[in-house]
Design a binder for this molecule. Sequence first.
Ligand code: NAD
Ligand code: UGA
Length: 459
Amino acid sequence: MNSPKKILCIGAGYVGTPTMAVIARHCPQHKITVVDINAERSAQWNSDTLPSYEPGLDEIVKAVRGKNLFFTTDVPPAIREADIIFVSVNTPTKQFGAGAGMAADLQYWERTARQILEHSKSPKIIVEKSTLPVKTAQAMERILDAAAAPIRFDVLSNPEFLAEGTAIEDLEHPDRVLIGSQETIEGLAARDQLVALYENWVPRDRIITSNIWSSELSKLVANAFLAQRISSINAVSALCEKTGADISEVALAVGTDHRVGRYFLNASVGFGGSCFKKDILNLVYICRHYGLHEAADYWNGVLKINDYQTERFVLNMLGAMHNTLADKQIALFGFAFKANTGDTRESPAILVARRLLDEKACVAITDPKALDNARKDLAGLSGRIRYEEDPYAAAAGADAIAVLTEWDLYRGLDYAKIFAAMNKPAFVFDGRNILDHHALHRLGFNVYAIGKSPLSSFA
Ligand code: NAD
Ligand code: UGA
């Protein structure tokens, strides 16, 4: 697809903007517009300070913005002129009515379908980029088929597999691009246009095509599989702590079997992020909808283990610190749900902070990118919370450090200096297993890691 096209993306979020920026970089022949109803967010994408931190994104946006990448809030003309429309709006868990707490909330999605219908005057390819329940394309087609003057719309599914913190790398060199279409002559022709767009930088053998329902379902299942690996290793970490086995050694021994693979076996305080939980809840809901209760229970177990792991982390802190945290100072190293992002959606740090405040501990939070979001997440909570840019300031006078995000920065700190400034006995709870536990123990810390025997005078 190399003749110049007009491409529109509805939704300038964590997915929409990086994806469009990478397309713009590789396809100078196409004009790409990103619209968002959030005027503030749109203005930030047009400014020097972008609304979210993502390594490499600044450079790309600044290189292509105003050339072939444009941000606007003016939806109608953008829809009118587009040949291809990516829909990348949020699809959070529904909080009301039938399916509350489980199903996907499709109100933003449906609104875009109606906007497309209202403003379109020419045929368009509509690309589902948001993560959606299987069969959503059918609902989209039904809405679009309601046009008074018949206009041809072809709906494709093209779920996104990027991870935050590595979004640009993932988009530049994807393991695969998945494109699902109706298996009609028109559906396959639309699919071929999208394949051609990606071929501008993705090798053809990495572009997978499938029927549209497989594509929609594969996205939910991909996230469920990834989360399941983390819950599996986290469940084993609990057993390691009881038996003297070491979770890093077990993960290595298991993961070096190429059939298992070594990725995504880092035991942790629990997984977070905007998607794993919501997508598994959605999968569980769909299974229940079809009466597949055993399958639903199986996937729900992944979420139950995740909650258990975070709660276990807090209870381990409580137990290690003589069963009371009242008035103790705890420095939380990291608040983002993972390193290299300021995003705190569903971060295990939120639950840990809340639980520590329930125990009447004082909490000092430090994070290189997520302090603004942390302030919003904890707004209105009663208790003593400090926010510190500097990890040394967060740890000064503290009884314990809890590492909650795997920022590289925390590996390289001067822990002798930190130890000297802490209350004694001083504790480290490494919820990401990133520190040198023996070195910390030699400095005098009581060290508790995930899935390892404590190095502590109190264990
Ligand atoms: P987000 O909340 O960051 O962005 C969505 C944007 O859509 C918001 O800015 C919102 O204002 C805008 N929007 C909503 N309705 C609109 C409308 N009618 N017109 C114009 N703009 C509208 O969400 P996100 O993290 O980018 O996720 C988007 C989708 O991609 C979700 O379905 C998510 O599950 C999926 N996804 C996310 C990630 C990730 O890493 N965040 C990765 C893969 C897939
Ligand atoms: C995840 C998937 O990796 C992406 O493929 C997917 O596109 C995206 O969800 C989505 O649909 O939103 P993301 O949530 O950005 O990406 O980040 P991950 O790297 O998957 O990490 C998720 C959580 O799992 C983080 O809290 C991370 O710290 C945790 N994690 C990850 C572990 O606890 N252990 C691991 O071994 C790996």
